[in-house]
Design a protein around this ligand. Structure first.
Ligand SMILES: [Zn+2]
Length: 132
């Protein structure tokens, strides 16, 4: 937990460099990103795929070692994080209805090298859907 974080290696930044390395084209702040439900962090128009990068705490990553419900004001946090989860689910439903492939990656998947390697291995097939 007390590992040193280097300045700009936020999950979003890491994901962008991973996608770049894999040769994917994507937009980050394009009009597409802002118009879509939930304003996805990454839009890959060619694959009709969007990616959300979610912080484990705010979005309540289940079964995640990085997510612990605070002891104080517990009810407040349960309600707040519950609303975030609900909103995330609604956004993904809407995107799916609009024909998008909506993916979520979690901040913790960038923290550890083994998790990051796994992500790197599974991302291409998640982005290139088997459909058409
Ligand atoms: Zn997590």
């Amino acid at each position: 937990m007390s590992r040193i974080r280097s300045g700009d290696t936020k999950p979003e930044v890491l994901l962008r460099s991973i996608l770049h390395g894999l040769g994917f084209r994507f937009t980050v702040n394009g009009p597409g990103n802002k118009k879509l439900p939930g304003k996805p962090d990454i839009v890959l128009p060619k694959y009709k795929t969007v990616i959300f990068v979610h912080g484990c705490f705010w979005h309540g990553h289940e079964n995640c070692g990085d997510f612990k419900m605070p002891k104080s004001s517990k009810d407040y946090w349960i309600a707040k994080i519950g609303r975030n989860q609900q909103r995330d689910a609604t956004n993904i439903e809407e995107l799916t209805r609009l024909g998008w492939n909506a993916l979520t990656v979690w901040a913790c998947e960038f923290e550890r090298l083994d998790a990051r390697n796994k992500l790197l291995t599974r991302l291409p097939s998640m982005i290139r859907r088997e459909t058409t």
